[in-house]
Design a binder for this molecule. Structure first.
Ligand SMILES: [Zn+2]
Length: 469
């Protein structure tokens, strides 16, 4: 059996693994590369993946960097397996993604036409998304299903976003001992509000493939993080300025609304209006309350009696682009949550352009910012490594306060990842360990720490590398 690393190998985005046995070919995740300009072309190229030859596709969770290239699998005849919440979230995410691809291509084609250049095709269209939509097949956490000849699939809670899962594949090939491969998916933090803690499910594996986004650092404790957020809200209210939050539509947006509500309820911060400036996040937020059973114990009750829905409904939905721009004319303290999560597009870009140069504005970065994104440039500004960032072709001076709030991250820090990995070494086997979904430095730091902790050599595969089992 062979496992090929076709994305998120030495970088964070583009998760994609191809598993080939003598009897079956299975794809795990088919994510979009995000960040660099050259990613545009990389995204178009499926490489060695032949959609019509796949026996099954498995998806860990609904984030774009794990699902964003699924619509490129034209000619796919196999099912796409995911948890029911991931299926619902992915549907709306991919529809939104197709709309963005089409409108970006339209915009580009308008100037190309003026310059007499050839037209471009969008990465994919709505009909490609509809074709994938017909292939989804929901599988509950903890249940087992044969997805291809000799390949059994089970999902376990990954604690990252609603519906997120680790993937356990039990593979039997003729004449060979059965093998187990575990893909962590994205692993969440222990003890975070909202979502349940990740399951330690890597035991008895022959190969564990684990993410390493924050492999070199631990986040602050969530109590400290909430205090930091309360202070930001107090300052914004005092200065009568905005708090801008670039957030993924699924996960961070809902947690931020909940956190702002809780802090106001506890009297730790003033009640300021929250604008949810993302039609996609508005749709995703509604879905959160229809999967009560996936939330943590505390929130399940709030969900059942309708309190969570009431809380989330506090956020004012901003649906049209015109409404979004009108927020620029409002001079009062408010929280604006807008996509995209890494500021590489979406409505957050115009909010940043209008506000970054103002004293008193606060920017909260609750998520990971990949190399090459505007979000990463903001992280560098917060570290004093730059004074300006480039937005829509213009240099903008950063006078706003930038806060990187790792404690609200959907990703486990170094200790959390090590605990998850070590959980797999209590079984009877000493599995191979491969680290992915991390930039070179954090990944290597985690590799050293993991080797010290569990005593195996740790693989750091690059794009196109293969592991034979
Ligand atoms: Zn994710």
């Amino acid at each position: 059996m062979r496992i090929r690393f076709l994305g998120a190998a030495g970088e964070v985005t583009g998760s994609c693994y191809l598993i080939e046995t003598t009897q079956a070919t299975v794809l795990v995740d088919c994510g979009m590369f995000q960040g660099a300009r050259s990613d545009h072309e990389r995204n178009r190229d499926l490489g060695i993946i032949r959609p019509e030859a796949l026996d099954a596709v498995v998806v860990t969770h609904a984030h774009q960097d794990h699902t964003g290239r699924l619509p490129l699998l034209r000619g796919l005849r196999a099912s796409v397996h995911a948890t029911p919440a991931t299926v619902e979230l992915s549907r709306i995410m991919l529809e939104d993604s197709a709309r963005i691809q089409e409108s970006e291509a339209d915009r580009e084609n308008r100037w190309r036409e003026r310059e007499g250049k050839p037209q471009v095709e969008p990465l994919y269209r709505r009909e490609d998304v509809d074709a994938i939509s017909a292939r989804w097949s929901g599988l509950q956490l903890g249940q087992t299903r044969e997805i291809a000849t000799g390949v059994q699939l089970r999902f376990q809670e990954a604690g990252h976003i609603l519906g997120s899962a680790s993937v356990i594949l039990d593979v039997t090939e003729q004449g060979a001992l059965p093998k187990r491969i575990v893909f962590s998916g994205d692993i969440g933090q222990h003890g975070m509000p909202f979502i349940r803690d990740p399951d330690l499910c890597a035991s008895d594996a022959d190969l564990v493939v684990c993410e390493s986004t924050y492999g070199d650092r631990d986040h602050r404790a969530s109590a400290e993080t909430f205090e930091e957020l309360a202070e930001i809200l107090r300052q914004a209210a005092w200065a009568r300025h905005k708090v801008l939050v670039p957030a993924f539509a699924v996960g961070r947006a809902q947690l931020m609304i909940h956190a702002v509500m809780e802090l106001a309820r506890e009297g730790r911060s003033p009640q300021v209006p929250v604008y949810l400036d993302s039609p996609l996040a508005v749709k995703a937020t509604k879905l959160y309350t229809s999967f009560c059973e996936l939330l943590d114990d505390e929130l399940q009750n709030a969900c059942r009696v309708g309190a969570l829905a009431r809380d989330l409904a506090i956020a004012k939905p901003v649906l049209s682009g015109a409404e979004s721009r009108e927020l620029n004319e409002l001079w009062e303290p408010m929280v604006v949550i807008a996509g995209s999560g890494m500021c590489n597009g979406g409505r957050i870009v115009h909010h940043l352009r209008h506000n970054l140069w103002r004293h008193g504005v606060q920017v909260v970065l609750p998520g990971f910012m990949a190399q090459g994104t505007l979000g990463r440039a903001l992280v560098e500004a917060s570290q004093g490594r730059r004074t300006h960032v480039r937005i829509m072709g213009q240099e903008v001076l950063v006078r706003a306060k930038i806060h990187t709030i790792g404690g609200l991250s959907a990703h486990a820090g170094k200790s959390g990842l090590l605990n998850w990995i070590a959980g797999g070494y209590q079984g009877r086997t000493k599995p191979k360990l491969a680290l992915t979904h991390g930039e070179a430095e954090p990944r290597h730091a985690l590799a050293i720490a993991a080797k010290a902790r569990v005593g195996v050599d740790v693989l750091e595969p690059m794009h196109g590398d293969t592991i034979e089992l």
